[in-house]
Design a protein around this ligand. Structure first.
Ligand code: NAP
Ligand code: MG
Length: 479
């Protein structure tokens, strides 16, 4: 174990300008909420209040949907190459102001600045560039079939990748000629509010992008609005099921991007040090608040002891702390509620008989924190092996044969992602063919590209975001 201490290298908060209070962004401008209700958004690493945001009610949602309906008249007649120009401009502005966005994302949500700066923001800009490129090629995208936009689209996103999830949804929706009402998560609304400022700056026609902040009730008003033609939801499987029930019997399009419990399979012939890096990245990236996190380590039995030893040693080098410190690997848990959920599941794992390893580190006094954790001696029926923890907690299971690895990997209600580590290409293909997961990484993990579709099987949802297939989430066959 080395004893190197990093000096602090703190990114400045001064580059962001946060208003004391925000309204909604409707009809091309910021407006006072009709609800007159506000809630604080805090920094989860300090518990300091950052700002007050509106809790949109039925009237606010009505106003936003009416504005999107009006905006559609102009947007649907806008030449596709003109639509592309707006998306290109947004992409360029996001790049220009990416440092500001990155600081805001880390402040509001708790993720390390090196991730918001080097992962989230570049991906966000790439998504806008990518879908800008498709806007005037829709007629050739799907083999000449006639497709048309849904119209007014409601989009509801979670708190783990706030601006990235916005980009996954807003860019393809606008490229295909829809107008949008977006509801960000209540704990992380600030980057979406800054994005609304950019929409104003690029002169996006009024009503094309509307933002109503709020909580679950605001999302529910959006889902149940009679003039919404499509709902795109990313969040928990529980809320996804509830939304699907609410929409039953209505002619409303729906895509659901839900939870996951991905297997990261390490065969004994894998390059073990690389696999350790991949497993660490797979679960501790973004504090494990990742739908496709490799949260179930499946390690071949003959290397379990050796691999776990290496893994624990590597985990111990993770820097946990201030998200704005450029050396931080693991930041704050997004909210008190999420921390409570993680603690509850981990306590249950211990009570069930799992062996818990947590790294030795000092946690800041304020804020919400959880030490990077690893469970061994886990039985397949323990809750920690089946339920999404959505935190920095890895669960280990072992297998003897490839057949057994596949059986354990697929023994879950989810099917979002998976990882395979082996030196044999044939084993990668054999295993990948048998895994029920929307995305499968081999000898790497958590790699994303806007050109590559992403989405789940089983209770991880349906529909794809990203790539050419992502266009279909916002197009329907013309009648
Ligand atoms: P969540 O509780 O389901 O919330 C997601 C969004 O839905 C938030 O904006 C939330 O608002 C809103 N909401 C809550 N109740 C609602 C209702 N009844 N009607 C309409 N909207 C409602 O999920 P979360 O805890 O924020 O996010 C974590 C989950 O998202 C995890 O399960 C994760 O796996 C999943 N996720 C999936 C993907 C993917 O691409 N598959 C990507 C990222 C995350 P408030 O936050 O304001 O309550
Ligand atoms: Mg916050």
């Amino acid at each position: 174990m080395n004893n190197w201490e990093y000096s602090e290298s703190i990114e400045s908060e001064k580059i962001v300008n946060i208003e004391k209070k925000y309204g909604n962004f409707i009809d091309g401008k910021f407006v006072t909420p009709k609800s007159k209700q506000y809630i604080d958004t805090i920094s989860p690493s300090t518990e300091k209040i950052l700002s007050s945001i509106s809790i949109g009610n039925q009237q606010d949602v009505d106003y936003a949907v009416a504005s999107a309906k009006e905006g559609l008249k102009k947007w649907s007649k806008t030449n596709p190459s003109e639509r592309a120009k707006y998306l290109f401009k947004l992409a360029r502005l996001i790049q220009e102001r990416s440092r500001e966005f990155a600081v805001l994302e880390s402040l509001d949500g708790g993720k390390p600045i090196k991730e918001s700066r080097d992962f989230d923001l570049p991906q966000v800009a790439q998504n806008f560039f990518y879908y800008a490129g498709w806007a005037d090629k829709l007629d050739i995208a799907w083999g000449g079939e006639e497709y048309k936009p849904y119209g007014v689209v409601g989009q509801i996103i979670p708190w783990n990748f706030p601006l990235l999830m916005l980009s996954w949804k807003v860019a393809p929706a606008l490229a295909t000629g829809n107008t949008v009402v977006l509801k960000p998560a209540e704990t992380t609304p600030l980057t979406a509010l800054l994005f609304a400022e950019l929409c104003e700056e690029v002169g996006l026609p009024d009503g094309v992008f509307n933002l109503v902040t709020g909580d679950g009730s605001t999302g529910s008003h959006l889902v149940n609005h009679k003039d919404i033609k499509k709902i795109a939801f990313t969040g928990s499987t529980g809320v996804g099921k509830y939304i699907q029930k609410s929409l039953a019997g209505r002619d409303v399009g729906l895509t659901l991007e839900l939870g996951g419990k991905a297997a990261n399979i390490v065969y004994s012939d894998a390059a073990l040090d690389e696999a350790v890096e991949g497993v660490v990245n797979g679960i501790f990236f973004n504090q494990g608040h990742v739908c496709c996190a490799g949260s179930r380590l499946l390690v071949q039995e003959d290397i379990e002891e050796k691999f776990i030893k290496k893994l624990e040693k590597r985990m111990q080098t993770l820097n946990v702390g201030n998200p704005l410190d450029k050396n931080t690997d693991v930041g704050a848990i997004n909210s008190k509620d999420q921390l409570d959920k993680i603690e509850k599941l981990v306590n249950e794992g211990v009570a069930d008989g799992g062996d818990l390893f947590q790294i030795e580190c000092e946690l800041p006094k304020n804020g919400f924190w959880f030490k990077p954790s690893l469970f061994t001696s886990v039985q397949a029926n323990y809750k920690i092996a089946t339920e999404e923890i959505f935190g920095p907690v890895l669960t280990t299971l072992t297998f003897r044969t490839p057949e057994e690895a596949v059986e354990i990997a697929n023994n879950t209600e989810y099917g979002l992602s998976a990882g395979i580590w082996t030196e044999k290409g044939s084993k990668i293909l054999w295993t990948a063919d048998r895994l029920e997961a929307g995305v499968i990484w081999a000898n790497t993990f958590n790699k994303f590209d806007p050109a590559s579709p992403f989405g789940g099987y089983k209770e991880s949802g349906f529909g794809r975001e990203g790539g050419r297939h992502g266009l279909l989430s916002y197009l329907k066959v013309s009648s």
